[in-house]
Design a binder for this molecule. Structure first.
Ligand code: DUC
Ligand code: ZN
Ligand code: ZN
Length: 482
């Protein structure tokens, strides 16, 4: 790989956008200097990337993906190989995926299974969170072991999906106490799954089987209520750091904002689907097409959820964009959980509750949130902060990941604001899916060049990476706590 110089670009960090040159030696950024400062080095450099008129940003960090997740009677359609290649195409250089443990299963075996799936198969670096789907003495002990020895410092729990991943309040409290004890973060899928199951059964009994009922039976107050309950439990458990995943609703966001106002270590992420997609334009399409957008938490109504008008009378999306600006939402991830329509989503023909839950988006997060910058929803700095820097800090990977700085891994994206990206199955689309959730979206910007630990993996609209280049990242504790 040798020495790489990226010159004439504008380096963007959470604190500003400044003209700077970036010098890379091997896998690491060794210096960042004023434009022209490395001119003497240029001749001996192995590669010079001219970033004139372009932004130079840290590689994207997507801390919520599900490659090869067995779920809903099938498995997420991206392997670690196809999913990390698609991620690289989208300017993502680190993912954190979820190893799985269910009730009665061994946590160590679950983690080993995820290593088996990923090792040698990733094009970019990766880490793991651990899902705790069964709380017992063994799994509690394993949590501390994983933090200390395995580089897994965050544990996802579910207040939804009874009979699959669900934990009751007592089990959640117990796991939170364990996390508080070992310094870990609890990640929470906050939806009241017991109440949702009642609404689902009632809808099906009325013959309401179309995909749109997936959202109607998961109304936002049940997300807000679960968010509130998780916050209370985390307080009682000794103020364990709590991170609410895939937040979709303004009323849930209010709960996080209130906790943060009280100085609590309560955080939340949202995902592009909640910022850009609406029930009316996706799930509610005629026939079965809406199945493409069945995910949980659900895509919500534009402005008149039948159960909830939107906190400020303007629907949820405006609340979420504001939350991102205000740091009530600290991170944008994707919850990348792709399923094809054929043979996968089709399992729910005639029964929305049997449609595998998930949307694929790992390739498009940087693009879709950049479009928020173009639309005036977010600053350039905040784009980088929510998609690169904070995810790295939140989950113990900083400053190796998430920043352009001496000593950091040379995970770098050159971003061209003067070109466009057309998303769609016959346009930009590298995920292993037979459709795109963002078909027809046009982005006023484009991934130009992507480096993963100094290696050029995307350049000139070509993939130059290598399966197996990606390394496992042993993570430390969160570096984002107040
Ligand atoms: N939500 C999804 O949409 N898919 C996987 C799991 C989840 O919580
Ligand atoms: Zn979830
Ligand atoms: Zn998820």
């Amino acid at each position: 790989m040798g020495v790489t110089l990226i010159k004439n670009g504008t380096v963007v960090s959470p604190t500003g956008a400044t003209p700077q040159d970036v010098l890379i030696d091997g896998e690491v950024i060794v210096a960042v200097g004023a434009p022209g400062y490395f001119a003497a080095t240029e001749e001996g450099a192995d590669r010079v990337i001219d970033a004139t008129g372009k932004y130079v940003i840290p590689g994207g960090v997507d801390v919520h993906t599900h490659m090869e997740l067995p779920f809903g009677g099938t498995s997420a359609s991206d392997t670690f190989e196809s999913g990390t290649i698609a991620a690289a195409w989208g300017g993502v250089t680190t993912i954190v995926d979820f190893a799985v443990q269910r009730a009665g299963e061994d946590v160590h075996a679950g983690l080993a299974e995820w290593h088996r799936k990923a090792d040698g198969n990733c094009a970019i670096d990766y880490g793991f969170h651990q899902i705790i789907g069964g709380v017992d003495e063994e799994s509690l002990k394993a949590m501390s072991y994983l933090v200390e020895h395995e580089g897994v410092s965050s544990f996802k729990m579910f207040m939804a999906y009874p009979g699959v991943f669900y934990s009751d309040d007592g089990q959640i409290l117990r796991a939170m106490q364990q996390a508080a004890d070992c310094g870990a973060m609890i990640m929470m899928h906050a939806e009241n799954g017991i109440a949702i199951d009642v609404l689902v059964a009632q809808a099906l009994a009325r013959g309401e089987t179309d995909p749109r009922y997936h959202s109607y039976t998961r109304p936002s107050p049940l997300e807000a209520e679960a968010t509130h309950r998780a916050i209370v439990l985390s307080h009682v458990a000794g103020n364990v750091p709590l991170y609410i995943v895939h937040m979709s609703a303004g009323d849930a966001l209010e709960e996080v904002a209130a906790a943060r106002h009280h100085g609590r270590n309560v955080f939340a992420e949202t995902c592009p689907q909640y910022l850009w997609l609406t029930l009316e334009e996706t799930l509610a399409k005629p026939g079965f097409e809406g199945a493409k957008w069945v995910c949980s938490t659900p895509v919500r109504s534009k402005d008149n959820d039948p159960h909830w008008k939107g906190l400020h009378g303007h629907g949820h999306q405006a609340d979420l964009w504001r939350g991102l600006r205000m740091n009530e939402l600290a991170v944008v991830s994707t919850d990348h959980c792709p399923f094809c329509m054929k043979d996968q989503k089709e399992l729910g023909l005639g029964n929305f509750a049997a449609i595998p839950n998930g949307i694929g988006g790992v390739e498009h997060r940087m693009e879709l949130i950049y479009q928020g910058v173009v639309a005036g929803e977010l600053s350039l700095e905040r784009w980088v902060e929510t998609c690169c820097t904070t995810p790295a800090r939140m989950f113990g990977m900083y400053p190796r990941k998430g920043i352009i700085a001496p000593g950091a891994d040379a995970d770098v994206v050159v971003w061209d604001p003067n070109r466009r990206t057309k998303i769609g199955i016959n346009d930009k689309h590298h995920m292993n899916m037979d459709h795109s959730a963002y078909e027809g979206f046009v982005i006023d910007g484009k991934v130009d060049t992507v480096l993963s630990r100094g290696m050029v993996v995307v350049e000139n609209d070509q993939f130059h990476g290598r399966t197996g280049h990606g390394q496992y990242i042993k993570r430390g504790l969160s570096q984002y706590l107040v």
